[in-house]
Structures are given as structure tokens and as C-alpha cells.
Design a protein around this ligand. Structure first.
Ligand SMILES: *Cc1c(COP(=O)(O)O)cnc(C)c1O
Length: 270
């Protein structure tokens, strides 16, 4: 609901990155993502909206799809690169932009301290406290921001993080690195490691069925990569009586619905 293209958590993750880029008088936002990346689309549109150029290193072979088409419409320059060289983002950046003082590095997915700071604002905007806060996690930056935000204002809340990758126990370290040090108290947070449905961008018929049913009965779309898995976890935990009756649960819809268009066939709706 924040913006059609700079959507959800990507808007929040970009905010302080763009402010920093402007302060440093950079003119070209250089970033990284896969061919269906919500972050690339958000960066392309944000760059165009706020007077920056944008360049993206896209993982994998030269392809075109709805998301990359929109990125190009927003003037983003796409540079495809093989998976091996994609791995080291700093090195890629140095290799292409070492002597370019205009270039501003933004990590894949916008990850980092600036991004966490932007996501913490989400909690300040809530007009009441909640007992439980849910979000999906890729890098865990959004989750860290939400935990930081809750530490400042919603100390009673338990935060529930739903990783979309398999074996994402390592996220605890990644999240802990981004927690505000000056804050002596952080709310409890749980990593729910059993809702990855096989791994990143993997789905099951049960998940797809849930997403279709949820969309058809609420008017709210979910994507199979992030928000679908998060919302499935919310419903599953309710069913397992994880929350006593009367507790309030906030599920953060992190946006990013264009990925749905890459998974049309999986739904077998036609
Ligand atoms: C990128 C993205 C996430 C993951 O955010 P992290 O901060 O990397 O954990 C979650 N939901 C959606 C819709 C996204 O596009």
C-alpha cells in the first residue's frame, strides 16, 4: 500500500540509503538482484522518482520478464552476470565502478543498517500495541528493524520471523548484528524454521492452495516467495493454538507482488 512499485519493506529499506546517497552527492544507485527481484524494481522506480540513475547487476543469463521490463522502463541499466562473479558484490562493484565517484553501492535487497533503520519506522507508525508481530525474512534486515522498532515502542510484543530459505538458523546471527546496541532490552523473537516449503522460491500445492484461497477470500494478494509463507505460518500457528484467544497478532505484508507473475503456471488456474 506504500507505493505500487517501491513496495512494502523495499521502500523502507531504501529510504535511508537514498538519503545517504544524496548526502554523499552520488548520482548512480548501483545494486544487485535476481531476475524477479522486488528490490531491483523498487530501486529502479525510486531512482527515477528522486533524480538518480540506477544500475543493476542481475544474477544469471540475459533474460527478460515483467519485472526487468519495468526496471528498464524506469531507466535502470541492467548488467547480467554469471552466478560465480555475482557472489562477491563488493568485488563486482569495485571491478566496474572503482573510479566512478558518482556510484553508490546498495547491497542485494538493500540489506544493512540503513535498511534496518527504515524498517524500524514501521513500528512507530502503529497506533496501538500488539502482542505478536510477524514478518517474512530473506536477509533478516526487515526483521531486525521490526525488533528494533519494537524495543523502542512495543516492548511487550513477541516478534515472529518466518525465514523463506531452508536451514535459515544462521539468520539469528545476521539479525543480532543489526540490533541496536544502545537499547538494553529487546523483545523476544522466534525464528520459525519450518515454513520454507522446500527453500527459496520453492512451493508446494498446499502453499499455492492457501495463497489462492486467502487472496480470493480477502482481496489481498500474497506472493509464494515471502508473504505467502509468512501468512501460512500465522494461520498454522493459530490452528495449533499458539496464541490464546484475545491476543492481537499483526502480520506485516512486506509487499513485492510482481513475483507472482513469474509463478502464474504453478497455480494451474486456467
Ligand atoms: C525482500 C523481501 C522480503 C525480505 O526482506 P529481508 O529484509 O531481506 O528479510 C520479505 N518480503 C518481501 C515481499 C520482499 O520483497
Amino acid at each position: 500500500m506504500i507505493h505500487p512499485f517501491i513496495s512494502g519493506n523495499k521502500w523502507r529499506k531504501l529510504k535511508f540509503n537514498l538519503i545517504k546517497a544524496e548526502q554523499e552527492e552520488k548520482t548512480n544507485l548501483v545494486t544487485f538482484g535476481g531476475a524477479w527481484s522486488n528490490h531491483l524494481l523498487a530501486t529502479a522506480c525510486a531512482a527515477a522518482s528522486y533524480g538518480f540513475k540506477s544500475t543493476a547487476f542481475v544474477r544469471g543469463e540475459d533474460v527478460n520478464n515483467e519485472v526487468l521490463f519495468l526496471c528498464r522502463m524506469f531507466g535502470m541499466e541492467l548488467r547480467f552476470c554469471d552466478r560465480e562473479s555475482y557472489r562477491d558484490k563488493r568485488r563486482l562493484f569495485e571491478g566496474h565502478f572503482a573510479n566512478d565517484l558518482q556510484a553508490f553501492f546498495i547491497d542485494e535487497g538493500g540489506a544493512g543498517a540503513e535498511a534496518a533503520k527504515g524498517c524500524a519506522e514501521l513500528i512507530e507508525e502503529l497506533d496501538r500495541p500488539f502482542d505478536h508481530l510477524f514478518c517474512a525474512a530473506g536477509t533478516g534486515t526487515t526483521a531486525a528493524g521490526i525488533i528494533n522498532g519494537a524495543a523502542l515502542g512495543q516492548a511487550e510484543a513477541e516478534v515472529h520471523v518466518v525465514p523463506v530459505l531452508k536451514g535459515a538458523g544462521f539468520l539469528r546471527d545476521e539479525i543480532d548484528k543489526l540490533l541496536l546496541k544502545e537499547q538494553d532490552y529487546h523483545p523476544e523473537y522466534h525464528l520459525h524454521l519450518d515454513y520454507h516449503f522446500g527453500g527459496y522460491a520453492k512451493t508446494t500445492p498446499g502453499l499455492l492452495d492457501f495463497i489462492r484461497g486467502f487472496s480470493a477470500s480477502t482481496g489481498i494478494l500474497l506472493d509464494p516467495v515471502y508473504t505467502g509463507k509468512m501468512m501460512y505460518a500465522v494461520f498454522d500457528l493459530i490452528e495449533k493454538d499458539r496464541f490464546p484467544s484475545g491476543t492481537s497478532v499483526l502480520a506485516v505484508h512486506t509487499g513485492g507482488l510482481f513475483g507472482l507473475l513469474g509463478m502464474k503456471e504453478k497455480f494451474k488456474l486456467a
